[in-house]
Design a protein around this ligand. Structure first.
Ligand code: HSE
Length: 405
């Protein structure tokens, strides 16, 4: 038998308790021993809830109990999660977490401490909810040199964009629904301003490229500015707008982006809708692979956390391999020379100027959407980020612009 403690009995913590109890036979069999939840830490009381018998309000009960070998940190946020995790690792306890904020911010130090103390720090649920992507990168795609990883890594924004596209629903109404269903972060700006997928692609690229990618170095654009009109143009073109998080190795180094993109129907990420997440990986031997599944929510996330708990039990006393292994930071290459085509919306009266600025050698093909009489859109030729910005500045009155993937 191996004893575990859960830090936090919120959306994910209660899911973890539920998965371990509901699937106890399978979980224990796969762990090779019985997993017993000895403590659940939360400041609140839960009268009548089965968790009452193991509930504690004091972290010291857990850290001072030598029987506890696995700590499940599902509190979220940096404090006190960082301090608790550090202390557990220093005490020789394995830690499993869904806390992407903590992994993205302090993963390097925490993994260093885990290594020093011969224990494991597992964080499968920090990226892609229930999709087994971190284990796939660390344990399955080990024969490949991976040069690209691109994903839809935020369930809330994918749900919002899908509902806006399929049902014409307003941004704010859909956001409220996502919050009610337990998908969204407490602070919705982490989702809609895309800090959450930026953290996730930083974690995944640290594993793929071996050194720490700082999410704050990644160019990040959210979906707050995407309107019903943008969606209408995308639909007219037969494309979907998706918030993509991408990291690619190029001749100049690793480049990363998080931004809304227009995705064509033949691309595997086009059809990923609702709260589903998906991760596209390209390896030099494998070619393409796509992993998809439920990207947020209590039980899908808990499923990934409990898979880590099983792995921690299997690796009791042994270190598991992790591709994120160098104690140094990866300096990202600039995106200035990256080329994309852009969909640009302008006022109808500015068409002549748009031709002069964006297409001096020819005429731009324009796109009109029936009910939007005062405006048109056009697709630029492939332009570098730098060129596009210069032209958009010279033009002056772009209503909106979205990159094609
Ligand atoms: N708010 C996150 C999302 C939760 O919507 O994807 C899962 O990390």
């Amino acid at each position: 038998m191996i004893k575990a403690a859960i830090l936090g009995y919120g959306t994910v913590g209660s899911g973890v308790y539920n998965v371990i109890k509901s699937n106890s036979y399978l979980v224990n069999e796969r762990a090779g021993q019985e997993i017993e939840i000895k403590y659940v830490l939360d400041l609140r009381d839960f009268p009548g809830d089965p968790v009452e018998s193991v509930l504690t309000h004091d972290f010291e009960d857990i850290i001072n109990d030598d029987e506890v070998k696995i700590v499940i940190e599902v509190m979220g946020g940096i404090n006190p999660a960082f301090d608790f995790t550090m202390r557990c690792l220093e005490e020789g306890k394995n830690v499993c977490t869904s806390n992407k904020e903590l992994v993205a911010e302090h993963g390097l130090e925490l993994m260093h401490t885990a290594r020093e103390n011969d224990v494991n720090y597992f964080f499968e649920a920090s990226c892609g909810g229930g999709i087994p992507i971190i284990r796939a990168l660390n344990d399955c795609l080990t024969a490949d040199d991976i040069d690209e990883i691109t994903g839809i890594l935020n369930g809330t924004t994918n749900y919002i964009l899908t509902e806006m596209t399929e049902n014409g629903a307003s941004f704010s109404k859909v956001l409220k629904e996502a919050q009610k269903m337990g998908y969204a972060e407490r602070d919705p700006s982490a989702d809609i301003d895309a800090h959450d997928p930026a953290r996730k692609i930083a974690i995944l690229s640290s594993i793929v490229f071996g050194s720490s990618v700082d999410y704050k170095d990644i160019y990040t654009e959210g979906i707050r500015q995407i309107t019903a009109e943008d969606i209408k143009y995308a639909t007219t073109l037969g494309y979907a707008i998706k918030l993509l998080a991408e990291a690619k190795r190029t001749e100049d180094g690793v480049r990363a982006y998080v931004a809304p993109f227009l995705v064509e129907p033949s691309h595997p990420l086009y059809a990923i809708n609702g709260v589903m997440n998906a991760v596209y990986v390209h390896g030099n031997m494998l070619g393409d692979a796509v992993f998809t599944g439920a990207g947020a929510g209590s039980l899908p996330t808990a499923s990934a956390v409990v898979a880590d708990v099983i792995d921690a039990a299997r690796h009791d006393g042994k270190r598991a391999y992790c591709g994120w292994k160098h104690d140094e930071k990866l300096v990202l290459a600039s995106n200035d020379s990256v080329k994309h085509k852009y969909l640009v919306r302008i006022s109808t009266e500015d068409e002549g100027k748009a031709n002069r600025v964006f297409s001096p050698d020819g005429f731009l093909d324009t796109i009109s959407v029936g009910e939007l009489e005062e405006e048109i859109a056009f697709i630029t030729p492939e332009l570098s980020e730098e060129d596009f910005e210069t032209k958009a500045k010279a033009f002056g009155k772009v209503i909106s612009r979205i990159r094609f993937y």
